[in-house]
Design a protein around this ligand. Structure first.
Ligand code: CDP
Ligand code: MG
Length: 696
């Protein structure tokens, strides 16, 4: 193991200055204040944002759009919507608060319902993919930005809401960016519906839509300009200094360094919890295991160690653990994705370990495939991570990279819209009535090539008609909160009579790692896995796993005996259940099964993933059908080292080489059949030109 901390340089990171335009107190807007429930009253008043309450309400009253910038933990997300609620302004229309992540939406709603003294799902609720606790009485709703986009489908001018708070705006996720443009448009349309405008409407409909953009760090001027010269309010934060340590050498294995550093802090440093930033579930679970192993070896007199994972797919009960103080003589080590960067404020943290990486979506226009990549964070993210250590007292941040490494980071991360595959987003845009996606009011316009590529993909999937409008199938696909490729597969499963199998496989593909490969038990694990292995490849292997898992009713001992990711499988069952529900809602029978005729299943997957296929070359390598790239089957795949005339894959990963994961063997002739629009006359090389992509 490498020792990361004995040779470190230190410096103290200055608290980010948040002083310009500090909010002035004003009297506006505190009419009809409803009393705050006693339980959290004092705590709420102590939050930094409380002193800005009147100024914020006044700003919202006066301006159609307001930008609010304030340090993480100052109270933006939990308090501002409550201020509006308590001011009695949500009598007719409700308040929506968007979050980029579902964990944040659910945990914040829970917290705010408690503060507001209401049962979750009554006055305060949340809606996230596959989970809705809101009711017609809900006045304040936390929801993922994707869900708000879906609500626009059924309520194009969002008449349900008078206030939309766009939170974590600095993250610039694809969905947030699309929402920005849609909400700007809705705001202006609703403004035109005012009584002095031409349209005659009911009084409820004339209500204007207020847009409130919130973030801990953002280029406020730029946002203000985009939102028609919105008012900017800065909220003073509360932040203690944080000592920053960098490594002297670049670390070859940040997971190992994180383990060593966490243990060093635990055994050598004073009280306070540790927060480790990692890239995803798999990594978090690995480190959790390693830490728990080390815990056994701690000297009897040492304080205990409690490991709490925090990532999007974590069940709510376990999420709650991160907010609960550790028992006496116990140090909490929280292993989190960048959820903990700004969305969720964790109490008690004094030590931060920053690996300097996160997972971000990458997109290559050249080969037209989207993939999740582990990538360096930005300087602004690094500063946010550091700040998490200084919420309650002087803190310490261990950056597992050198000072030079820090200097080389980008200032801010690039908006997702400039990096990702746009097909799903465009499907949603089109379904929401934005047909002309090339002229849409993007805050950062994606390259025209990427937009065209996405339109082309949707056209190839038959989601668009020859005029570029959403087809009947496209509308059907937009009903599913799924990547258009998976939605297409699900649709085709009806004709191939394998909906049951397809739902299972899609759910199984929603988890990173189903088969565990502990370092010291690789052989045993491989042997256990052999029981499920199908010669057809990973898709059917996963299906076999699901069948076996169901036959033992999800027994956890069985999972651990077979090196199966129990938590992951639990998540699979949830997704499976939800997908089956959506199917039933759109009148698709989820029980239609093809028995053991797995060709049907794979043929069906080819209809959605014909662009993620590769052909065997005479020299034994595979070349992708589109882009003609050399790809290698990942060692974790059932088909590793095997030769088949053609393969289909669900994921492309760049590590040292270009690998494909989630791989199955298919027949080469299925590929052109899968999209006659894409492959001209059954040829795999020629590609049909896309008609009328320019829209009307
Ligand atoms: O949005 P912002 O980062 O400005 O702050 P917030 O999320 O509104 O959090 C305000 C305070 O509420 C923080 O001190 C959090 O620790 C606390 N909070 C909590 O105790 N439990 C939650 N589930 C959410 C927030
Ligand atoms: Mg917040």
């Amino acid at each position: 193991m490498t020792n990361t901390n004995t040779k470190t340089k230190t410096k103290t990171e200055a608290t980010p200055a948040k002083t310009a335009n500090g909010p002035s107190r004003s009297k506006g807007g505190s009419d009809q204040v409803v009393s705050i429930p006693k339980r959290h009253e004092e705590e709420r008043k102590r939050l930094p944002i409380y002193s800005a309450r009147d100024a914020i309400l006044a700003g919202i009253k006066k301006h159609p759009s307001v930008i609010i910038v304030g340090e993480t933990g100052s109270g933006k997300t939990t308090q501002i919507p409550q201020y509006i609620l308590e001011a009695g302004w949500a009598q007719y229309g409700a308040i929506a608060v968007t979050q980029p992540r579902r964990v944040a939406a659910t945990s914040l709603a829970r917290r705010v319902a408690e503060e507001a003294g209401t049962k979750l799902g009554q006055r305060v609720g949340y809606t996230v993919r596959f989970d809705d606790t809101s009711s017609p009485h809900t006045k304040l709703k936390y929801l993922t930005d994707g869900m708000l986009m879906r609500e626009i489908l059924s309520d194009p001018l969002l008449h349900r809401y008078n206030y939309v708070l766009l939170d974590e705006a600095h993250e610039r996720t694809l969905r947030t960016d699309i929402l920005f443009g849609m909400l700007k448009d809705i705001q202006s349309k609703r403004h035109q519906l005012k009584p002095n405008g031409s349209a005659t409407t009911t009084p409820r409909i004339v209500d204007e839509l207020k847009i409130i953009v919130m973030s801990a760090t953002l280029d406020a001027e730029r946002f203000a300009k985009y939102f028609n010269n919105a008012e900017i309010l800065y909220v003073e934060g509360r932040q203690f200094p944080v000592r920053v340590f960098n490594t002297l050498e670049p670390q070859p294995d940040y997971l190992d360094s994180a383990l060593v550093t966490a243990l060093q802090i635990h055994t050598e440093q004073g009280p306070g919890d540790v927060l480790v930033f990692l890239t995803g579930q798999e990594e978090i679970e690995n480190l959790e295991k390693l830490l728990l192993e080390q815990r056994q070896r701690l000297p009897a007199e040492a304080q205990d160690l409690l490991v709490c994972p925090l990532f999007a797919a974590l069940p709510p009960a376990q999420q709650a653990l991160v907010f609960t103080p550790a028992p006496p003589r116990t140090r909490k080590i929280i292993l989190a994705t960048n959820i903990a960067e700004t969305s969720i404020t964790l109490p008690g943290i004094r030590y931060v370990i920053d690996t300097g990486v996160h997972k971000s979506r990458g997109y290559s226009s050249k080969i037209g495939i989207e993939s999740l990549l582990v990538a360096p964070i930005s300087k602004s993210s690094a500063r946010q991570r550091t700040g998490r250590a200084g919420r309650e007292a002087l803190g310490y941040c261990y950056r597992l990279y050198t000072e030079d490494g820090f200097a080389q980071l980008e200032e801010d991360s690039e908006p997702e819209i400039l990096r990702c595959n746009l097909a799903a987003a465009i499907l949603q845009l089109k379904a929401a009535g934005v047909n002309d996606v090339l002229d849409f009011d993007y805050m950062d316009r994606p390259p025209k090539l990427a937009l065209l590529r996405a339109l082309e993909q949707l056209y190839a999937l038959n989601a668009l008609d020859d005029t570029g409008r959403l087809s009947k199938l496209g509308k059907w696909m937009a009903e599913f909160p799924l990547d258009p490729c998976f939605a297409k597969v699900l649709f085709e499963s009806q004709a191939h009579q394998c909906t049951h199998e397809v739902i299972d496989i899609i759910a199984l593909l929603s988890v990173d790692t189903l088969f565990m490969m502990p370092f010291h038990k690789r052989e045993e694990a491989a042997e256990a896995r052999q029981k499920f292995t199908s010669l057809d490849g990973d898709h059917i292997t996963f299906l076999n796993l699901q069948k076996a898992y169901q036959s033992v009713k999800g027994d956890s001992q069985w999972c651990s005996d077979h090196f199966v990711n129990h938590r992951g499988m639990h998540h699979v069952q949830e997704v499976r259940k939800q997908l089956r529900q959506v199917c039933e809602r759109v009148k698709v029978n989820p029980n239609v099964s093809c028995g053991h005729d797995f060709d049907r299943v794979l043929q069906c997957f080819t209809t959605g993933f014909f662009h993620q296929t590769a052909l065997l070359q005479p020299d034994g390598t595979y070349r992708s059908v589109i882009g003609s790239q050399y790809v290698r089957i990942h060692p974790s795949s059932t088909l590793f080292g095997k030769r088949h005339e053609a393969i289909l894959y669900n994921e492309l990963v760049f590590t040292t080489r270009l690998y494909v994961r989630g791989v199955s063997a298919i027949q080469a002739n299925w590929i052109p059949e899968a999209s006659p629009r894409y492959f001209r006359q059954g040829q795999l090389t020629a590609k049909a030109a896309l008609p009328s992509v320019k829209g009307p």
